[in-house]
Design a protein around this ligand. Structure first.
Ligand code: TXA
Ligand code: MG
Length: 337
């Protein structure tokens, strides 16, 4: 494992070619580079180099049974990695790529087993971020990239979040400012009929169904890895250090009770609230789903930094547009068992 992690600033809109070349060289020689995408920061390695991909698992402490998403520059590069490019894949790629949607399809033999955790399918996406696209193009390779956090911790939306978990464990971080989307891509399995939504994300179920018709979702999320079609669906997967609880009201009552017990509390609310005590770290959240998504992980990281013992979250409204936020809050709330 590398001892020193290099940090290079990069312009998120117009990435400097020299910096991209340096990062691409590291990827081509089997190293690990964290880079911004439009969702969260990814931890990239050459997807065709099994030892390089192994380094991702080592750096993250990621279980070997959790497959990685492979990032490519365009639809043709995606087609080159699968045995069957379905009509649904073509329609979804045309509508949502580059963008926050990962398509699971049957893989070719050229994709090493370690990338897909031994599965016959591979998850693919073309990211929309200029830095990610420039890096993939310069490397001239498909790039395997999970979120750039230690396994089970909150995904990074800023370079400083990446460093908190991975400093000294990876070669380079491209610091391209906070990501805009804030939550991981939607993952849909197109190798089954009907297609199955494995992870809700910034592309909503309704938007997908408008393109390819009805899809199914996973109904039983449980903790049995072997039974899971996508281990990222494990209940506790995106958790802050403090115990997090969602409440149906604005949270003032619960926060008040905890304060009385002398507990330091973080409070995420979409209502106009004021902090009752200096033992409360109040974070007002945007009341719309995309604003909320963009801020959620940064809020959880800052509460971890502040060292709060409990986090109370006012549950946002129900509905398709909020599904990804609800999903991540539910996982963050699940206590380790
Ligand atoms: O937005 C994102 O998707 C970010 C950025 C970096 O692109 N990446 C990301 O990767 O969130 P990761 O590894 O944290 O999550 C990948 C998810 C996991 O839930 C994994 O189980 C699922 O995709 N996945 C990957 N390959 C799969 C496959 N062949 N079949 C089913 N699920 C798969
Ligand atoms: Mg992740």
């Amino acid at each position: 494992m590398p001892h020193r992690t290099e940090i290079l600033r990069i312009d998120p809109a117009l990435p400097e070619p020299g910096t991209i070349t340096r990062a691409a060289e590291i990827l081509r020689s089997g190293g690990l580079v964290a880079f911004p995408t439009e969702t969260v920061y990814g931890l990239g390695a050459n997807a065709l180099d099994a030892p390089a991909v192994q380094r991702i698992f080592d750096a993250k402490g990621r279980p070997a049974n959790n497959p990685l998403i492979v990032h490519v520059a365009d639809t043709q590069a995606a087609r080159d990695l699968v045995t069957q490019w379905t009509a649904a894949a073509q329609q979804l790629a045309e509508r949502f790529w580059p963008g926050p949607l990962s398509l699971v399809l049957r893989k070719r033999d050229s994709v090493p087993a370690i990338v897909t955790a031994g599965a016959a399918t591979v998850a693919l996406r073309v990211p929309a971020h200029p830095v990610a696209l420039a890096l993939i193009r310069a490397a001239g390779l498909p790039i395997a990239a999970p979120s750039a956090n230690r396994s089970n911790e909150v995904s990074p939306t800023r370079a400083e979040h990446v460093l908190k978990g991975l400093a000294g464990r990876i070669d380079l971080v491209l610091d391209g400012e906070p990501t805009s989307g804030g939550l991981e891509s939607t993952v849909i399995d197109l190798s089954v009929q009907p297609p199955r939504l494995l992870r809700p994300g910034l592309v909503t179920r309704g938007e997908i169904e408008a393109v390819i018709g009805p899809i199914s979702t996973i109904s039983n999320v449980n903790n049995e890895i072997a039974a899971l079609p996508s281990p990222g669906l494990l209940s506790r997967h995106y958790a802050p250090r403090a115990i997090l609880e969602c409440v149906a009201d604005n949270g003032a009552e619960k926060v008040g009770q905890l304060i009385q017990q002398g507990v330091r509390v973080g409070w995420l609310t979409i209502s106009n609230a004021t902090a009752a005590s200096h033992n409360v770290v109040l974070i007002p959240m945007p009341p719309d789903p995309s604003g909320y998504s963009a801020q959620l992980y940064a809020a959880l990281h800052s509460l971890d930094e502040a060292g709060v013992e409990r986090i109370i979250v006012e549950l946002p409204p129900a509905g398709d547009a909020w599904a990804a936020v609800h999903d991540r809050l539910r996982r963050a709330a699940h206590e380790a068992g």
